[in-house]
Design a binder for this molecule. Structure first.
Ligand code: ADP
Ligand code: MG
Ligand code: ZN
Length: 566
């Protein structure tokens, strides 16, 4: 299995730029241009749209990776109008499907849906069309649940195929079939049978999530090993990326958000993401007390209420939505000027997608992440698998990066090609580069390890709070070590050092369970301490500066486990 995965990765990495799919003239080329202009009212294709369209019309299986807002829908809606056959689209959410149907109706394109809430009449109408084989129906949208559950539908689909009426199968948000992703949907795993059941019908998978592990998973789950992989650039040039150290005082936090909403982006639209419903409610109350126009949104609201809130926000009745990740998929508000993460997200994929909801209209927008180590630790403690744990750690690296371009970190995660000049000072680290020095934090690790070791002899485990207190010689007397010096830095800096050591795996996290909650304890890590541990930092720190420039900053490499293990 490992070998197979390695092959999968090699294949994906060898992908080319697909120029031939753009330059070559195909029998349908003239028609594409005409339909693009006359039906869709677009002037030209965007990067990679044409390549993917030509490939799928040539009956190739295609996996298209394109960022949110990149224009994936056109890549299957346009080909659906080329042949006199039907395209089946599997899409994860009924609300997404309804949006699409509305757009298509305006364009005069015949489309329909079948899902759990379709009426009897609608079902009959669609079944009749399927039974005919080729018909006027161009696009049929279904949920993955419908494919898995409705035998009757599958029978009609088979009929349509037998009569030569099935043109292609599109799987939108195709990353939902991977457990590596942040929105795994078990029903997506059933879709693998398409390939064998409808032999010769090309499959087109679309996603904005593109880490290599997920890609390999998609190929294996859906039998798409031979698929052509087309990747659009993931860089979103108009988004400004920024990480702010989150103050431990809640009101200072609110000050930051209030400033963004009332000054920098006064009267402009935004989204604030929190990680729990409780946090969502808290923040909503605190911001409202200050007269900021916000509304909360989370999974436990009634679906009617959710719809109303979303609509009112779309119409600028609220400046910002405060939401858990339940909010967002399929939302297409072009003028979102800021996306604030009040807590560190649980994965890079999640962060990329959620922050990517800003600036779809191409105008400058901000993606701001409020980072606190304690929030990260809570995420780790709540992670329910090794995969989830690894995902939470990946984004820690993004947060504690003081030197490199934030875009470079994102691009590296998605294995996207990258030139340093691509940022144009559109991230905090590029815009105001700090005077970065490397400090030797090995003595800090030595002290921390000694405190952890001593506590463990007393059968005590240390939370971040307890560890830092003991290190600063305050708090519980039994946990302090006599003769140990107070660290030569502030508390905030001490937390940064601990975060860095966790990211580098010199320290690790151990989970404890109580009746009501899980707790993260700081433990000694899997990597043995070294004499010199170089940590880049942008302010004066009381540890020894490493002036020897040949000593390479270890921050450039990430933790050992980041090197892909599949
Ligand atoms: P995705 O599914 O990749 O997130 P969508 O398909 O929803 O993106 O498209 C995002 C926006 O881009 C839509 O408003 C769409 O009308 C627009 N769009 C797509 N292709 C083009 C194009 N070739 N020219 C101009 N606008 C386009
Ligand atoms: Mg889409
Ligand atoms: Zn940058």
């Amino acid at each position: 299995e490992e070998l197979q995965n390695q092959r999968g990765l090699d294949r994906i990495r060898k992908r080319k730029d697909h120029g031939e799919w753009v330059e070559k003239k195909f029998p349908w080329s003239d028609k594409l241009e005409k339909v693009l202009r006359e039906t869709f009212k677009f002037e030209k294709f965007r990067s990679k749209q044409l390549a993917a369209i030509n490939a799928t019309l040539s009956k190739k299986d295609v996996l298209l990776l394109m960022p949110t807002g990149g224009g994936k829908s056109l890549v299957y809606q346009l080909p659906a109008l080329v042949n006199n056959k039907m395209t089946l689209v599997v899409s994860p959410l009924i609300s997404l499907i309804e949006d699409q149907l509305m757009t298509l109706k305006k364009l005069g394109i015949e489309a329909a849906t079948l899902n759990a809430s379709s009426s009897k009449e609608e079902k009959k109408k669609v079944h009749d069309a399927l039974g005919k084989g080729p018909s006027n129906l161009k696009l049929l949208y279904v949920t993955p649940e419908w494919v898995a559950k409705s035998k009757l539908f599958m029978t009609y689909l088979q009929k349509c195929f037998d009569k030569g009426g099935l043109d292609r199968i599109v799987i939108d948000e195709v990353h939902c079939c991977s457990t590596w992703g942040h929105d795994f949907r078990p029903e997506y795993n059933h879709l693998g049978f398409f390939k064998t059941m409808f032999s010769g019908v090309p499959i087109l998978g679309l996603t904005a999530t593109a880490t290599m592990n997920i890609m390999v998973d998609i190929q294996n789950m859906l039998s798409l090993q031979e698929a052509l992989i087309i990747t659009a650039p993931f860089n979103r040039p108009n988004l400004f990326y920024k990480v702010i150290n989150k103050p431990s005082d809640k009101h200072e936090c609110i000050n930051i958000i209030e400033d963004i909403m009332m000054k920098k982006y006064k009267d402009q639209s935004g989204i604030i993401y929190t990680s729990t419903i409780k946090e969502c409610e808290d923040l909503n109350n605190l911001l409202r007390e200050r007269g900021v126009s916000v509304q909360l949104y989370h999974a436990q609201l009634e679906s009617e209420a959710k719809k109303k809130i979303q609509e009112r926000w779309m119409n600028n009745k609220y400046q910002a939505i405060i939401a858990t990740i339940a909010f967002g998929m399929g939302i297409d508000k072009p003028d979102v000027r800021f996306v604030i993460h009040y807590t560190i997200p649980k994965s890079m994929e999640g962060y990329y997608q959620e922050s990517g909801r800003a600036g779809r209209d191409g105008n400058k927008s901000s993606c701001i992440l409020l980072f606190a180590l304690s929030d990260f630790l809570r995420n780790v403690s709540m992670a329910s698998s090794k995969v989830e744990e690894k995902n939470t750690k990946d984004i820690l690296g993004y947060c504690i990066e003081v030197k490199r371009c934030r875009r470079a970190v994102i691009a590296e995660h998605f294995e996207d090609t990258w030139r340093e000049t691509d940022c144009s000072k559109m991230c905090d680290n590029c815009k105001s580069p700090k005077n970065i020095q490397c400090y030797n934090v090995a003595p800090a690790l030595k002290d921390i390890s000694a405190i952890i070791e001593a506590a463990s002899q007393k059968e005590t485990k240390l939370t971040l709070m307890k560890l830092i207190s003991a290190w600063f010689q305050i708090g519980t007397k039994e946990l302090r070590l006599s003769g140990m010096k107070v660290p030569p830095c502030t508390r905030e800096q001490a937390e940064h050092i601990v975060a860095f050591l966790i990211y580098k795996e010199f320290l690790s996290i151990d989970k404890g369970y109580t009746m009501y909650t899980t707790i993260a304890y700081i433990q000694n890590g899997v990597i043995k301490p070294e004499d010199t541990i170089s940590m880049p930092y942008g302010r004066e720190l009381g540890y020894r500066k490493l002036t020897d420039l040949t000593e390479k900053s270890s921050a450039d490499e990430g933790p050992p486990s980041k090197k892909l293990k599949v």
